[in-house]
Design a protein around this ligand. Structure first.
Ligand code: GAL
Length: 386
């Protein structure tokens, strides 16, 4: 039986420990982050999951083959954290890996798929991110990476489904074997790229990709995202310090246009006002979470300027212009081609003001910035719907 796609009618939103804390995590950090999420009002914006990434488990399984939390970092265990998250209106996610070991070298699910799914279900876990390190390809002679991934993700997916406890499955094999072609039904979201770096451009630190490169790869995969299953261009770096505010705004805006999962990756206990403003932009969140579930299409790409359009419910549209270049660009936005003929009321999501547009407009887009508009109901439609 496939996993229930009803768990992710829209892309999942929440927080994940990895981008900011890597393996340096603890029970205390999780408790403080639960409190910070609530204090920052994040659940009411839709940020529902608090996901613990690599580094939570002890260096060996117990004698019954079950994963154990690290006794120093998580002395109280995982179940009380689930309870605490639930009591705060949040859901708790956890992490494992298809191989023998996680990417940090800790015990992982190969040969223990059922043990792990049952363990997570018994703790009341809501979400599993399943990684792709230390995979024993030699045990699958003649099989391609894609075939091995289909088998191993299929196993954990089946084991999760067999528990009867609803859990989201986030597949993390970095786009290897083109998971967008086959992961729907097995998982709820699938990584489409290697890890994101906290850099706008020109980085391949330890194999991680910069923002522009991740965007270029994921934006080509429009056809594969949709209600129940999502392309995952990796978690947010917004607030971590390696990009400018303009670049972080682009990061968030592009992820929302691409209907990407929105997993905050910064320290929520020390959230700056500008970071809070980006992550809390309600218009962008509504674009990401639009029930139609469509990923924006790049309708034009010219000399590093990308135009994107995303259909929204009730015939509305979100439009974005991303200036990936290092200089100000005057961009000719063709509203007729993008939204249709006639006059449209649009709202730019960063400025907030409404405008009436018709035909074409020449719009200045600063370097590295993304401007986003969404069409507004016309006065006439509003009157009709009253
Ligand atoms: C990578 C994964 C990261 C993080 C890390 C943990 O494979 O892409 O998001 O989970 O492993 O070791």
């Amino acid at each position: 039986m496939p996993l229930d796609p009803g768990l992710t009618p829209t892309p999942p939103m929440g927080f994940n420990t990895w981008n900011r804390f890597a393996g340096n995590i603890s029970e205390r950090l999780i408790e403080e982050t639960i409190d910070a999420m609530v204090e920052q009002g994040l659940p009411s914006l839709g940020y529902a999951y608090l996901n613990i990434d690599d580094g939570w488990m002890a260096s060996s399984r117990d004698r019954n083959g079950r994963l154990m939390p690290d006794p120093d970092r998580f002395p109280g265990g995982i179940a009380p954290l689930v309870e605490r998250a639930h009591a705060s209106g949040l859901k708790l996610g956890i992490y494992s890996c298809c191989g023998y070991q996680t990417c940090m070298g800790l015990p992982a699910s190969y040969g223990h798929e059922q043990d792990d799914a049952e363990r997570f279900a018994s703790w009341g876990i809501d979400y599993l991110k399943q990684d792709w390190c230390h995979v024993p390809y030699d045990e699958f002679p003649g099989k391609t990476h894609r075939q091995v991934a289909e088998i191993l993700y299929g196993r954990i997916s089946q084991a999760m489904s067999d528990t009867g406890h609803p859990m989201v499955l986030s597949m993390c094999n970095w786009g290897d074997g083109e998971p967008w072609l086959w992961a729907r039904g097995i998982a709820h979201l699938w990584r489409t790229t290697p890890d994101i770096a906290d850099r706008y451009r020109k980085t391949e630190e330890g194999g991680a990709w910069d923002l522009v490169r991740i965007f270029r790869q994921n934006s080509r995969l429009t056809a594969y995202a949709g209600v129940g299953g999502w392309n995952d261009p990796d978690m947010l770096e917004v607030g971590n310090g390696g990009m400018t505010e303009v670049e972080y705004r682009s990061h968030f805006a592009l992820w929302c246009l691409m209907a990407a999962p929105l997993l905050i990756g910064t320290d929520l206990r020390r959230l700056s006002a500008p970071t809070r403003a980006i992550l809390g932009n309600r218009d962008l969140i509504a674009i990401d979470q639009d029930p139609l579930g469509r990923q924006a299409e790049v309708t034009e790409e010219a000399d590093g300027v990308f135009t994107l359009s995303k259909p929204l419910k009730e015939g509305h549209w979100a439009l974005g212009v991303f200036n990936a270049t290092d200089v100000l660009q005057a961009v000719n936005v063709d509203w007729t081609a993008l939204v249709g003929p006639g006059t449209h009321r649009v709202k730019e999501v960063w400025q907030g003001g409404e405008d009436t547009v018709n035909g074409r407009s020449l719009i200045e887009v600063p370097p590295h910035a993304t401007l986003v508009w969404r069409t507004q109901a016309s006065a006439q439609t509003e009157a009709l719907s009253r």
